[in-house]
Design a protein around this ligand. Structure first.
Ligand SMILES: *Cc1c(COP(=O)(O)O)cnc(C)c1O
Length: 463
C-alpha cells in the first residue's frame, strides 16, 4: 500500500531513518524494535500536519506528545519568536531578569485569579515535578517539621522520568528497572471511573478512592509532605478520567491533615480539558480556597515550541522560604531557567488564547470531535468511550485487541495519514486546537478505518 503523492525519493526517508537509528538514542523506545518499525523522518510541519521527507503528510492527532496547541509553524508564534531572537536569546535568571520571564509569571498568576504565583521556571515537566517535591519538603523543614518527608501518588499516575518524578509514578514498565534507586512513596487508589464495580457509579469510585487517602492520612500524615495528582485525567496510563468531586474533596482532606496538594497540570493545563487549568473543574467562584498548593505546568505552555516548565505556588508556601538565612531559601536552578525565547513562545500562546476566544471555540470543536468518532464509539469492541474537552479515548476490548495492538494501530494509522500513539489497548486523540468540522469528520473516518485494519491484522508492513 503505497500512497506516495510526489516525486521526492523514498530513499531520503529511509536514509534519514537509518542514520537516526544509528546516531540517535530515541526516547521511550527499545532501539532494537526500530529495525522493524523505523522512525518517520519528518521534514516540516504546518498547522496540524507533519510532512515526512518523502512528501507524505500526517495529521498530528497526538499533538506531538501533547505539547502542540495551535499547530506547527504557527505564523503568530513564529513572528513573536523572530522578534525575541533579535532582542535577547538568553541570559541567566539569577541576579538578572528580563521582560518575557516577568510578564509570563504575571500572566500565569492572573490566570489563577492570583491565588497562585511566584513562578519558578525550569525546562521540562519532570523538572517541575522535582521542584514541587523539593519545595514541599523544604517548606515543612523550614516550618520545623522535617519529619514530613514522604510523598503520596495515585495508582496509574505518571509524573515524569527523573528519579524523583519516577518515584511518584506508577507505571511498572518505566519504574521496574530503576526501583532500587527510587524514593519509597505511598500509593493510593486511582479514582479512574473505569474501576466502577457492577452497580457502581463514578461517584462511588471517587468515594472509595477518597477513603483510601483518608485512611492513609489518618495514620501517617505526620510523615507526609504532599500528595501529587494529575487533575481530571491520568493521561499517560490511558487517559483515565474521573469526576472533579475527587479534587474538591481531596483539597479538604489535605487541609484537614496538613498535607500539600500538588497539581501536575503538565498534560491537562492550557485548555485541554475545557477549562484553562483542569483543576478549575473543582473550583467554583465561591470556593476559591480550592486551588492546589503547587501547580506544575509544561507541555502546552509554549504552544509546543520550546522546552519550558513552571511551578506556581500559594503565597503561604513562598513566605515559608523568606529568611535572613540563605539556606532556608530555595537554592535550586537550571542553566536555562526562564529562557527568554521559551517565555516569549509562551506569551504568544497566551495571546492566542485571548485573541481567538479559544476555550469557547474548543467546546464546539470538542463536539465535532465526539460526533466524528461516534461510529468508533459504537463498535462492538469499544469499551469505556470517554471525552473531556480536547481529549477523546476508548479502550479496545482485550479479547479483540490481540498482541501488540498499539503498534499495529500506529502503523495502520500512518497509512491513513494520521499520527497516533495508542497506549496499550487505549485509542486516544488529543489534537491541536485548530481543526474545523470537515477535518474532524475526516479524522474520525480515518481513525475508524485504521482501527478496523489493525484489528483485522491486514495492514501489511510499515512504510
Ligand atoms: C509529560 C508529563 C510529565 C513529564 O514532562 P516531561 O517534559 O516529559 O519531563 C509529567 N507529568 C505529566 C502529567 C505528564 O504528562
Amino acid at each position: 500500500m503505497n500512497t506516495l503523492t510526489d516525486s521526492v525519493s523514498p530513499d531520503i526517508q529511509s536514509d534519514l531513518s537509518a542514520r537516526s537509528t544509528r546516531a540517535v538514542w530515541h526516547p521511550c523506545t527499545q532501539m532494537k524494535c526500530l529495525d522493524k518499525s523505523p522512525p518517520i523522518a519528518i521534514e516540516s510541519g504546518s498547522g496540524p500536519w507533519l510532512t515526512d521527507t518523502s512528501g507524505r503528510r500526517y495529521f498530528d492527532a497526538c499533538s506531538s506528545w501533547w505539547v502542540n496547541l495551535f499547530g506547527h509553524a504557527n505564523p503568530f508564534i513564529n513572528e513573536a519568536l523572530r522578534k525575541q531572537l533579535d532582542t535577547l536569546e538568553h541570559t541567566l535568571l539569577a541576579g538578572c531578569t528580563h521582560a518575557p520571564a516577568v510578564e509570563l509569571a504575571e500572566r500565569l498568576s492572573d490566570l489563577t485569579g492570583n491565588h497562585l504565583g511566584h513562578a519558578f521556571y525550569a525546562s521540562d515537566g519532570a523538572s517541575a515535578v522535582e521542584i514541587a517535591l523539593k519545595m514541599s519538603f523544604h517548606y515543612w523543614r523550614n516550618a520545623g517539621k522535617a519529619e514530613k518527608r514522604s510523598f503520596v501518588c495515585l495508582r496509574q499516575s505518571y509524573h515524569g522520568e527523573s528519579i524523583g518524578a519516577l518515584s511518584v509514578t506508577d507505571v511498572e514498565i518505566f519504574r521496574d528497572a530503576y526501583a532500587p534507586l527510587l524514593m519509597r512513596t505511598h500509593r493510593v487508589m486511582s479514582p479512574d471511573t473505569r474501576l466502577a464495580r457492577v452497580g457502581e457509579r463514578a461517584d462511588d469510585v471517587v468515594s472509595r478512592a477518597l477513603q483510601d487517602v483518608e485512611e492513609l492520612f489518618e495514620h501517617q500524615s505526620e510523615g507526609i509532605a504532599a500528595i501529587i495528582v494529575e487533575p481530571m485525567i491520568q493521561c499517560a496510563t490511558g487517559m483515565a478520567m474521573y469526576p472533579a468531586s475527587y479534587l474538591t474533596e481531596l483539597r479538604r482532606l489535605c487541609d484537614r491533615y496538613s498535607v500539600h496538594l500538588i497539581a501536575d497540570e503538565i498534560a491537562v493545563g492550557f485548555g485541554r480539558t475545557g477549562k484553562f487549568f483542569a483543576f478549575e473543574h473543582a473550583i467554583s467562584e465561591v470556593a476559591a480556597e480550592n486551588w492546589p498548593d503547587f501547580m506544575c505546568l509544561s507541555k502546552g505552555l509554549t504552544g509546543g515550541y520550546l522546552p519550558l516548565s513552571v511551578v506556581l505556588v500559594r503565597g503561604g508556601i513562598y513566605d515559608g522560604f523568606l529568611d535572613d538565612d540563605v539556606g532556608r531559601g530555595f537554592l535550586h536552578s537550571h542553566s536555562y531557567t526562564g529562557n527568554p525565547l521559551a517565555c516569549r513562545a509562551a506569551l504568544a500562546t497566551l495571546d492566542l488564547f485571548e485573541r481567538d476566544n479559544v476555550l469557547a471555540e474548543n467546546s464546539v470543536r470538542a463536539q465535532w470531535l465526539g460526533s466524528a468518532l461516534e461510529p468508533v464509539a459504537r463498535a462492538s469492541w469499544a469499551r469505556h468511550t470517554r471525552q473531556l474537552g480536547m481529549v477523546w479515548a476508548c479502550d479496545v476490548a482485550d479479547c479483540v485487541a490481540g498482541e501488540r495492538f498499539a503498534e499495529r494501530l500506529m502503523i495502520a494509522a500512518r497509512a491513513h495519514e494520521v499520527l497516533l500513539r495508542p497506549i496499550g489497548n487505549t485509542v486516544y486523540l488529543m489534537p491541536p486546537y485548530i481543526f474545523d468540522e470537515p477535518m474532524a469528520a475526516w479524522l474520525g473516518e480515518r481513525v475508524g478505518a485504521a482501527i478496523d485494519e489493525a484489528l483485522a491484522g491486514g495492514i501489511g508492513h510499515a512504510t
